[in-house]
Design a protein around this ligand. Structure first.
Ligand SMILES: *Cc1c(COP(=O)(O)O)cnc(C)c1O
Length: 373
């Protein structure tokens, strides 16, 4: 094909991650299987300590997935029926699902064109007497403008719950995301920057009362076996996942650096093409969970790249305020113009710590050919 061998490049290469650490991961899994402890235990406790240290939070409570992390964070913060939570509609569904799940109302603010994160001016415009919390998402690994959001939260006495599901290891002005606001939620879904071999998640906080309440809720509202203070959930991270995650945690910083280097290499290789490349503000550490560009021609371009073995992604084809499941909240097309535009144009290129320069050259070459036609 064109004299160059065709490559097959997945959007996110999970098998390459496993291959790099196979010996250590297999040994860690075997250690758990041999231990006879399959719920809780030392692997889970150690992972919680290590994630607390990584984010600079006093407490970390592991849960079954990132969605539960958000739901439990909201519930433990006392957010419920009739309360409003201001968030973004440019995110995975779980962000707003958690808000609705606790009985609260998601109020969507528009986003910034360059960073795809919440636009603080629109956030402030959406504050009402019923607003209880802000729920920023560090989308694609890019920290939201936490200074501006914190000053809004202080002015209106609001909590901040960070959806850091895509952003473990990212930092805003030197502060690791997750523990900047009151509560932070992280997902260990396999494709995330720190992903397990199944579902997993964790909540981080400096607030002891909230940490205590989450720990209670995720164990059936029970502190003492068979005695229940309240109706809770069964939401736990299992030690097989914790053991594998602890091995990968040792690589997280290096892998995030490799993502950042791959992003920089894309910027060189794609320079001059009719693509809007993602912003990378100097005061933040973006960890490139995804590398999302904007183009008017996204669908045809995706088909064309697929023909050359290159997988791309569409994050997100439908903003949350226009989802069928959210129609009770009465929003319509036109209500969030920047969010809607970015949903129409967004185009994710392959990104992972194991993406090679050869693969990136091949992708850039195919994009250039397409642009020339
Ligand atoms: C992945 C993700 C979640 C949900 O995490 P799960 O572990 O899949 O439940 C929530 N919010 C965002 C922004 C995510 O990317």
């Amino acid at each position: 094909m064109d004299g160059v061998k065709a490559l097959n490049i997945p959007l996110i290469d999970l098998r390459a991650q496993y291959k790099e650490l196979k010996k250590e991961i297999d040994a860690a899994m075997r250690r758990v299987l041999d231990s006879g402890v399959y719920i809780g235990g030392p692997e889970v406790e150690l992972l919680e300590k290590e994630i607390a240290a990584l984010t600079g939070a006093r407490f970390a409570i592991s849960v079954a997935n990132g969605t539960d992390a958000l739901t439990l964070a909201l519930e433990a913060a006392g957010i419920g029926a009739g309360d409003e939570v201001i968030t973004t509609a440019f995110t995975f569904f779980a962000t707003a699902e958690a808000i609705v799940r606790v009985g609260a109302i998601p109020v969507y603010a528009d986003i910034d064109t360059a960073t795809f994160n919440l636009n603080p001016d629109d956030v402030e415009a959406k504050v009402t007497p019923r607003t209880k919390a802000l729920l920023p998402v560090h989308i694609f690994g890019q920290p939201a403008d936490m200074d501006a959001l914190q000053s809004i939260a202080e002015r209106h006495n609001l909590l901040i719950i960070e959806d850091a599901c895509q952003a473990i290891g990212a930092a805003f002005k030197g502060r690791p995301v997750g523990a900047i606001g009151d509560i932070g939620c992280i997902s260990f879904f396999p494709t995330k920057n720190l992903g397990g071999y199944g579902d997993g998640g964790i909540v981080v906080t400096n607030n002891e009362a909230i940490a205590d309440r989450i720990r209670l809720l995720c164990h059936h509202g029970s502190r003492r076996k068979y005695f229940h203070e309240e109706v809770g959930y069964n939401s736990r991270l299992d030690p097989l996942q914790a053991a594998a995650l602890r091995v990968k945690l040792g690589k997280l910083h290096e892998w995030n650096e490799r993502r950042r280097e791959a992003a920089a290499y894309y910027r060189q290789g794609l320079d001059g093409l009719p693509l809007e490349l993602p912003a990378d503000p100097h005061d933040s550490r973006h960890v490139y969970h995804l590398f999302v560009a904007l183009t008017k021609d996204r669908d045809r371009l995706a088909v064309q790249l697929k023909r050359h073995g290159i997988s791309t992604g569409h994050y997100y084809p439908c903003p949350l305020h226009l989802q069928q499941a959210m129609r009770a909240f009465g929003m319509k097309r036109g209500d969030l113009p920047v969010t809607e535009r970015i949903c129409d144009l967004s185009f994710a290129l392959p990104m992972s710590p194991h993406l090679t320069r050869e693969q990136q050259d091949y992708i850039a070459d195919k994009l250039r050919r397409y642009a020339r036609r």
